[in-house]
Write a protein that binds this ligand. Structure first.
Ligand SMILES: [Mg+2]
Length: 241
């Protein structure tokens, strides 16, 4: 039964509005973004679909690096990675804080992966370039890796700046200080910035700072710190320009 039919049968407008609110918000996000001057995009699983499964390659290299560096078994390396991810934000932060690791060799090793699964996305390139204001990438990976991924997606030149974990003093998302460091370097104000990200916990600090938050993922997650969800970044952005 369509909404017009229900309206015609005398159901109160507020009831209809509540019924259709999620679809309405989803269909017309633009008013929520008219104040945005800086568009911040996560990289992995945000600027390319999770179906590319790049993280499978990265995770295998993280585990191998932990095994070789700490001389532990595969199972212990996996356990430590998950523990550091939970307690320190990512594996690198745990390795640096607990084991005083040099981040350079680690970042080079874990990002030495094949990008064959990535395809250029001309529509995404067009719509990112059409956004008003600054467009930046901010990843917990390294900036050189981000540049490779951006090129493989056909997005070279679409961004004004690319920030990696090294630009936040190796502090990872989700730490608020990491986001603050990046926005300060970029001379961007949180109140006029939007964050696009596949990891829900990485949207908590941006929300607290006053940023607009967009969860980019196949599955919607309900949380107070998530303003919008989309499973199609290019399609979502096309409704904002
Ligand atoms: Mg990501």
């Amino acid at each position: 039964m369509g909404n017009l039919t229900r309206f015609g049968r005398g159901i109160k407008p507020w009831a209809i509005a509540r019924d259709v609110a999620p679809a309405y918000i989803c269909a017309m996000p633009k008013p929520d973004f008219t104040h945005i001057r800086t568009w911040v995009f996560d990289l992995d699983n945000t600027l390319y679909p999770p179906s590319a499964r790049l993280f499978d390659q990265i995770e295998a290299r993280m585990t191998r690096f932990v095994m070789d560096t700490l001389r532990v078994t595969h199972a212990e390396a996996d356990r430590l990675r998950h523990h550091y991810w939970r307690e320190h934000g990512n594996t690198l932060a745990g390795l640096m804080r607990v084991h005083d690791l040099d981040p350079g060799p680690y970042l080079a090793a874990v990002h030495d992966i094949s990008l064959d699964q990535l395809e250029p996305d001309a529509a995404l390139n067009t719509v990112i370039r059409a956004l008003p204001g600054r467009k930046i990438v901010y990843t917990n990976g390294s900036a050189p890796y981000a540049e490779r991924v951006i090129a493989a997606r056909g997005l070279a030149g679409a961004f004004d700046a690319v920030y990696g974990v090294e630009h936040a003093g190796y502090r990872p998302k989700p730490e608020p200080e990491a986001f603050q460091a990046i926005l300060t370097q970029d001379q961007s104000a949180p109140a006029t910035a939007a964050m696009f990200e596949d990891e829900p916990r990485n949207l908590a600090a941006p929300h607290a700072m006053g940023m607009r938050t967009v969860h980019v993922a196949p599955e919607r997650v309900e949380a107070d710190h998530i303003h919008h969800h989309t499973n199609d970044l290019g399609g979502f952005l096309a409704r904002l320009v």
